[in-house]
Design a protein around this ligand. Structure first.
Ligand code: ADP
Ligand code: ZN
Ligand code: ZN
Length: 742
């Protein structure tokens, strides 16, 4: 037998399998995923690598095959299935095998194991009592104290009991020598959730929720595995539904992974799961120490965990009998990795589930177009929750035309209507959220008098202003000079938006001096727990108004909020990429969904310069399907995902001229391998940030209906790049169906 090994060096040229012999002392010890030491290269330098398979036939001359030197002591074996998953990710998303392996590897190296000493009673109670009398008789007080404590409870924590009873190590040793006690050491797991005390009782599912869970259960118990989309309006109680689905899976002896956007992974969320599944729940998040993560993975491997909750990377939890993967808020952009391989957690989860016999449940109030489209084509099954959990009304939404405010002489950030409603709520002691849309702000140009936005005539996305005083399209590179007068109405009020959360806060404090105001943005959440503290203060009603960026729209339940104001709704509408309307619709719907979750009905004011845009209109009507139909017409017309697939090729290099040349060559190569012109190649163009710390960037986009053709084109480009010297100093990354522009 020979071991097939991937060498741990990120270099395209080495991105293949190398065969090694298995020496007799390692026979039977290597598995797929084992990290090994191997001699490599001319000098036989010891290098690390991973076993990815075995073969019976040597692929080379026998004398050329070197033996494996040994197993890396503190290495973490990647489970065989995850190695397979890494192979699929490399193939689909590009990059090297070693990059893919490192992505599926939950932790980098073995951490120190932490343990605690225990003192145990080593004799029967009767013997113990006899000895206790003896100690008392001999006036050996310390020994008597310890023994009495152990007779009360035969197992005590060493540190605690010695400190509490003032007992020295020599006393313990003496009792040990007499065979009265035993000292043992037990491993303790660093648990991130040990301090939790669940308090919420499970709710009774309403009819819609029961029907949804019932469907899943019926399929599941019959062995049917597939992908579901739970499309449920804001506040419909999706989390309760997930928990019941997990219950089914866990009862069958299987495990579940729950993916949640990191920002929504709050104490409250985890508590809900902990309340239901106790300490068989584990979590992963970026604020945990390596040690904590390591222990959680060991708990997983020891079968002590049924439910793992975490952000994107929790997808690679090495469960042996995975039954279900849930992806909450599946439309979120954070499910796409920004590092090579640039995988999407949704697609990767579906692949993992298919190979391991699990189901996938996606959930959102504003599903991604991809997922809803997949329901229409029959790839996923749609499960709907049309009502809020206790039948609360969805909020009433007003669209406030800011062009009218300008005409009426109001140049403030707050419209008259919003200001009046705020006064009303402050009087009634109800809470208010003000959401400033800063997402995807990319310097587009808009007319404040008529709402006109300058767009690329070829790509139908907004142009962005560059420092050179020109407006540029980030897909195709089209340019024109910056305008100073609106081409549509002649108004000189053209430009971008500038206001930030801090300015909004100042204004609100000035206008409502009596109100208690909180601000949540990158600045105020920098310190540890800053984020949770602000949320807690607001939840405890120690503040009246919460001002924030998109951070505040994520899955929080504040029953006292009855007014939501959305400022500059258009900011994300005209970011320069084809997903901008989708993203805006999602943000507005989710933000509006914060209002009226308790007993009192909510109101929402959306302030905009584009009141007629379908993204704004449909969000105000909370009409997802209406939005979907409109947006799909645009995607179809322009050939954007999910109708067609898009492959971005991001090229970076130190020399501008050479980079431009290489990008042009790559485009010509694409034309050569596709003589029929089936694929549509767009660009090369300069991305939004064309130069980062002296490194130049250039990007090509390829559109094509068939995903497999794009993957094949990627593979051909990878080979071409590897074979050509001109690309050596460049870095080239692929991004299949990117979440935005570069
Ligand atoms: P979503 O994720 O769909 O926005 P959640 O699962 O967070 O909704 O539920 C919103 C609120 O409604 C939570 O406070 C939850 O406890 C409550 N809730 C959910 N289902 C029910 C139910 N059947 N009866 C009463 N309250 C419920
Ligand atoms: Zn105008
Ligand atoms: Zn263009």
């Amino acid at each position: 037998m020979y071991a097939d090994i991937i060498i741990d060096i990120t270099h395209e040229k080495l991105d293949r399998v190398f065969q090694y012999g298995i020496p007799s002392h390692l026979e039977g010890m290597l598995k797929v995923g084992t990290e090994v030491r191997v001699p490599f290269g001319k000098g036989n330098k010891e290098t690390r690598g991973y076993v990815v398979g075995f073969s019976e036939q040597p692929g080379y001359d026998l004398e050329k095959i070197k033996p494996v030197a040994g197993i890396v002591e503190d290495g973490i074996a990647i489970e065989g299935r995850l190695v397979e998953l890494a192979g699929w990710m490399k193939e689909t998303y590009g990059g090297t095998m070693i990059q893919a392996l490192k992505t599926v590897l939950p932790i980098k190296k073995q951490e120190e194991i932490r343990s605690k000493k225990q003192i145990l009673l080593a004799v029967t109670e009767e013997e113990g009592k006899k000895k206790l009398d003896w100690y008392l008789h001999k006036n050996q007080k310390a020994r008597a104290r310890l023994l009495a404590a152990l007779l009360d409870c035969p197992e005590q924590e060493y540190d605690l009991i010695t400190k509490k009873l003032h007992i020295t190590a020599s006393v313990v040793r003496a009792l040990e020598e007499q065979g009265m006690v035993k000292v043992s050491s037990r491993r303790v797991m660093r648990s991130p959730i040990h301090k939790m005390r669940p308090k919420k009782e499970p709710v009774e599912l309403n009819e819609e929720q029961s029907r949804t869970v019932g469907q899943f259960r019926q399929d599941y118990s019959r062995g049917i595995r597939k992908t579901y989309l739970v499309y449920g309006v804001t506040g419909s109680g999706k989390t309760e539904v997930y928990m019941e689905m997990i219950r089914q899976v866990v009862d069958e002896g299987k495990q579940a992974i729950v993916l949640i956007p990191e920002i929504a992974l709050t104490y409250q969320t985890v508590m809900r799961f902990y309340g239901r599944f106790g300490d068989r729940v584990s979590i992963l998040h970026s604020r945990m120490s390596q040690g904590e993560r390591f222990d959680q993975m060991d708990r997983v491997k020891a079968g002590e965990v049924d439910v793992m909750i975490g952000p994107r990377s929790a997808l690679f939890t090495p469960f042996f009998n995975l039954g279900l993967i849930i992806i909450d808020e599946e439309h979120e952009g954070t499910y796409k990795s920004e590092q090579v391989p640039r995988y999407h957690a949704r697609e990767t989860a579906i692949h993992r589930a298919e190979t391991e016999g699990a189901s996938v449940v996606l959930g959102s109030a504003t599903p991604s177009l991809e997922s809803f489209y997949s329901c229409r084509t029959g790839r996923y099954q749609l499960l709907e929750l049309r009502n809020r959990s206790r039948r609360q009304e969805l909020p009433s939404v007003y669209i406030q035309d800011m062009r009218e405010e300008l005409k009426a002489g109001n140049r403030s950030i707050l419209s008259d209507r919003l200001r009046e409603l705020m006064e009303d709520r402050l009087e009634k002691k109800e809470q208010i959220m003000l959401f400033l849309n800063r997402r995807g702000y990319a310097g587009f140009v808009c007319c404040r008098a008529c709402g006109y936005v300058v767009k690329c005539p070829h790509c139908d996305v907004s142009l962005s202003t560059h420092r050179n005083g020109r407006m540029v399209c980030h897909y195709c590179g089209y340019e024109e000079p910056v305008i100073h007068v609106c081409p549509s109405c002649g108004s000189p009020y053209v430009g971008g938006f500038r206001a930030g959360t801090q300015q909004v806060e100042e204004l609100v404090r000035r206008q409502f001096p009596q109100a208690r105001v909180l601000r949540m943005d990158l600045d105020t959440t920098k310190q540890k727990d800053g984020y949770e503290k602000i949320l807690e203060t607001f939840a405890d009603e120690r503040a009246d108004i919460l001002i924030g960026t998109q951070m505040i729209v994520k899955g929080h339940d504040f029953p006292k909020v009855t007014l939501v104001g959305i400022l500059a709704a258009d900011l994300s509408l005209y970011s320069d990429d084809y997903r901008s309307a989708e993203r805006t619709f999602q943000l507005l719907t989710q933000a509006a969904g914060r209002a009226g979750r308790g007993d009192r009905a909510g109101e929402v004011v959306i302030q905009t310069y584009s009141p007629d845009h379908y993204g704004i209109q449909m969000a105000a009507a909370q009409d997802y399907e209406g939005f979907y139909e409109e947006e799909m017409r645009y995607r179809e017309l322009m050939g954007y995902p999910p109708v067609e697939h898009l492959l971005a090729v991001l090229m970076t290099g130190p020399e501008e001229e050479q980079l431009h040349l290489a990008a042009d060559y790559l485009k010509q190569f694409l034309k050569r391998i596709d003589p029929g012109g089936r694929m549509q190649v767009i660009g090369p163009a300069s991305p939004y940030v064309a130069k980062v710390s002296d490194v130049y960037r250039r990007v090509l986009y390829i559109k094509e209906e068939e995903k497999s053709i794009l993957i094949e084109a990627k593979n051909r480009m990878e080979q071409y790049i590897e074979a050509n010297k001109g690309f050596q100093t460049l870095r080239i990354q692929f991004d299949l169906d990117p979440m935005g522009v570069f």
